[in-house]
Design a protein around this ligand. Structure first.
Ligand code: ZN
Length: 168
């Protein structure tokens, strides 16, 4: 396993729609395990492949505080969603920023696992929020895209200042 570098906001890979994973080979398995290691050490609860510079539809999630329930979701898709709620979100690619985002409270998701088996799960609450956030990354979308213009612009301004200071 190896720890990967997490790309921060401003890196073009985060704004590129990721490609479907065609074959679950050793390279994909290694990527998934490296991403889990990177996520745990960040520490974080979700990480999408574009965040480590790989434009593929793969994400890893573990909302278990004991870090014992990793989910590796390949080519994940939201089938349905219900009941919108607002909750605070952050992102490893936007360290230090937390904002309220409105998302489905409950979703049905399909994905392929590392054994090349199709899975269909229901996610609710906190877990559902993370799944939606990570799938957004695969579609080049970031949580700040949901914010009102003025708020997003103020975050972008702060990031610009951080970049200038070499702090980004
Ligand atoms: Zn994120």
């Amino acid at each position: 396993m190896a720890k990967l570098i997490i790309k921060k906001y401003g890196n073009p890979v985060l704004r590129k729609k990721a490609e479907a994973v065609i074959e679950i080979n050793d390279g994909i398995k290694k990527l998934a395990s490296d991403m889990l290691e990177t996520m745990y050490s960040a520490p974080g609860i979700g990480l999408a492949a574009p965040q480590v510079g790989i434009s593929l539809r793969l994400c890893v999630i573990d909302v278990d505080p004991n870090k014992k329930s990793p989910v590796v979701a390949i080519n994940p898709e939201i089938i349905s969603g219900e009941n919108k709620i607002t909750a605070e979100e952050g992102c490893l690619s936007l360290p230090g920023f937390y904002e309220n985002v409105k998302r489905f409270e409950k979703i049905a998701v399909s994905y392929t696992d590392l054994n090349d088996e199709k899975q269909k799960i229901t996610a609710q609450g906190f877990f559902a929020k993370v799944v939606q956030h990570e799938i957004d990354h695969l579609d080049a979308k970031l949580f700040i895209d949901y914010l009102p213009d003025w708020k997003r612009k103020s975050i972008e301004k702060k990031i610009k200042r951080k970049k200038k200071a070499g702090d980004w």
